[in-house]
Design a binder for this molecule. Structure first.
Ligand code: G6P
Ligand code: ZN
Length: 566
């Protein structure tokens, strides 16, 4: 096939700075002339991929097929030797991480805006992952950003588009292209980690008493869910819903939380389903929800960490090397780490911070309050992994206690009875004016520098509880492996009973600012079941009131109520 490398003149666009997880903007922004091409060329300018292999995948959202062709054109002109592409431009984020590692690719470009809505009027995103399968670290994304500021041309090879719906080997100019099945490598991976025969046996012997429902939210995980829950574990078709990936996620907001996954929550409650679970647009987030029992992500990772070495073959064999959580995540997992004598690292928000610890052999299981849970089997969080981990643990717990049926609720209660409970909730104020958000941050910074809140007491009007401020700090992090420093990763107000409130600006929004407030209060096991098993909002009522009061958040943001509570 003859081909020609063409150089196309362009001008820089402002604001092509990758955030927590790549460049995320409205589709309309990406559709501007040369906008997507500029960013893709900037990746190849920042990272030398000449003669290398890269993976292309994504959540299949609107504008993905076009962008895959753009990457092929520009990547090929920049000397990429081989592209491994998910069929129909689909590879969930965890599946892509696995493919990069398994086929020893040099990097990957993922087309996703994760849990943000999709469609012509919603969001698109481009994210670069490095050879360990994880998101590019900041020194790489900064370099990409620098390149976008001075770009004056990009290179393309103009060839007929490749048909992305056919598996197989193709050539594209000087490059090879392999289109792979999006699901099979990932299913093999999970089968090598979990005890599928044990889970299958448990589910079959409890077919009537333990019902399962997985919600793909019309994101990328539908086909993965079907392959695992229906084909491998033998559950009925009705145990997966919204399992066909759609470019606009059926008009929904594919984020598995109590607000956006309400369809799942309602069905679980109405039909007495014991085990419900959902995953987000690109398949890295998860929510576990059983009849009358919502598992906070903070509790989820603590429970997985607690049972892993006993119940899950991958950890039984390789051991649990260490645990970790992001700073805003509750300290429930710290209690597990302490009991088991394991290290528990606390890193800034963003999965990339776990990667270095994993590569250094210091971390096996970690999680974030933002519905992310995972392990060192790949370098992304993994929604379907977390769901199967829970099924594996429940199957094992039931095998150990054959005289009772242990469901999600029972497992949580048993956990609190041993470790006590860190009540946790997050309040999100989405798309508020940036000025108000900045004023809130500035006001807390004044408290930090002047110590004006220290030792002040605050009483909740509705519960009468008194909270005395122990300290206010900004969270800075020094990576123990590469020494890189990340500053201002959230403002923490701690109280003398160990409770705390964290304020943080979201790094993933595409418009305005989103403020998150995280509240946490620990109750020891000795408080007894009535106290431990309370509803989270009830357990946190007084603290939330005090947090809003002392920060003046409603005034700064002009919002009485949060957009989402999780
Ligand atoms: C993405 C990252 C997560 C991170 C989350 C934070 O999902 O992959 O690691 O926790 O963003 O989002 P936020 O909007 O709070 O910055
Ligand atoms: Zn995601």
């Amino acid at each position: 096939m003859s081909y020609q490398v063409k150089e196309v003149k362009t001008k820089p666009y402002d604001g092509q700075k990758p955030g927590t997880s790549g460049l995320r903007k409205r589709v309309k922004v990406f559709q501007q002339e040369h906008y997507t091409e500029n960013f893709v060329q900037a990746i190849f300018d920042a990272v030398d991929l000449n003669g290398k292999t890269i993976v292309i995948g994504g959540d299949g959202r609107y504008f993905s097929p076009e962008t895959v062709q753009t990457i092929l054109k520009i990547g090929s002109a920049n000397g990429v030797a081989k592209f491994i592409v998910g069929k129909d431009s689909i590879l969930s984020t965890p599946a892509a991480s696995n493919v990069i590692r398994k086929y020893k690719a040099d990097g990957g470009i993922l087309l996703t805006a994760s849990h943000n809505p999709g469609g012509p009027n919603a969001d698109f995103g481009i994210k670069y992952n490095v050879s360990n399968g994880g998101p590019a670290p900041e020194n790489v994304t900064n370099k990409i950003f620098e390149k976008t500021k001075t770009i004056s041309s990009y290179k393309v090879i103009e060839l007929a588009p490749i048909d992305l719906s056919k598996k197989g080997f193709f050539t594209y100019g000087p490059s090879n292209v392999e289109i792979i099945d999006s699901v099979s490598d990932y299913v093999q991976l999970l089968e090598s980690i979990f005890d599928f025969p044990l889970i299958k046996n448990f589910l079959q012997s409890h077919a009537d008493s333990f019902k399962v429902l997985f919600d793909g939210m019309h994101g990328v995980t539908g086909p993965y869910g079907r392959a695992i829950f229906v084909d491998a574990l033998g559950l009925p078709e009705t145990s997966v819903q919204n399992a066909v990936p759609l470019p606009d996620f059926g008009g929904g907001h594919p984020d598995p939380n109590l607000t956006y996954a309400h369809e799942l929550v309602e069905r679980v409650e109405r039909e007495n389903i014991h085990f419900g679970a959902a995953s987000d647009g690109d398949g890295d987030r998860n929510m576990i929800y059983g009849k009358g029992a919502f598992v906070t992500p903070s509790d989820s990772v603590a429970i997985i960490a607690d049972w892993a070495a006993e119940a899950i073959p991958y950890f039984k064999k390789g051991g649990v090397k260490g645990l970790a959580r992001s700073m805003p995540t509750s300290a429930q997992i710290d209690k597990v780490a302490k009991k088991k004598g394991l290290e528990c690292a606390v890193v800034p928000t963003g999965w990339k911070f776990f990667g270095n610890l994993m590569d250094a052999g210091r971390l096996s299981i970690c999680g974030e309050e933002s519905f992310g849970t995972g392990s060192d089997h790949i370098r992304e969080k993994d929604g379907v992994w977390a769901v199967v981990a829970w099924l594996n643990i429940l199957a094992y717990a039931n095998q150990q206690s054959p005289n009772e049926l242990i469901g999600i609720k029972e497992l949580l209660e048993k956990h609190y009875a041993v470790y006590g409970r860190s009540f946790f909730s997050r309040y999100d104020y989405e798309e508020v004016p940036s000025v108000g958000a900045q004023s809130l941050v500035d006001a807390i910074n004044v408290h930090i520098s002047t110590g004006s809140l220290a030792s002040t007491s605050h009483v909740s009007k509705s519960t009468g509880q008194k909270f005395t401020v122990a300290g206010v700090t900004n969270f800075d992090y020094t990576d123990p492996i590469d020494g890189s420093i990340s500053r201002n990763q959230g403002q923490i107000v701690t109280f003398d009973d160990g409770s705390r409130v964290v304020f943080r600006l979201s790094g993933t929004g595409s418009q305005g600012a989103t403020v998150r407030m995280y509240v946490e209060r620990y109750v020891p096991a000795s408080a007894g079941p009535a106290e431990l098993n309370k509803d989270a909002q009830e357990g946190l009522k007084g603290l939330i009131e005090v947090a809003l009061q002392l920060s003046n958040l409603p005034e700064f943001l002009g919002r009485e109520k949060p957009t989402v509570i999780t």
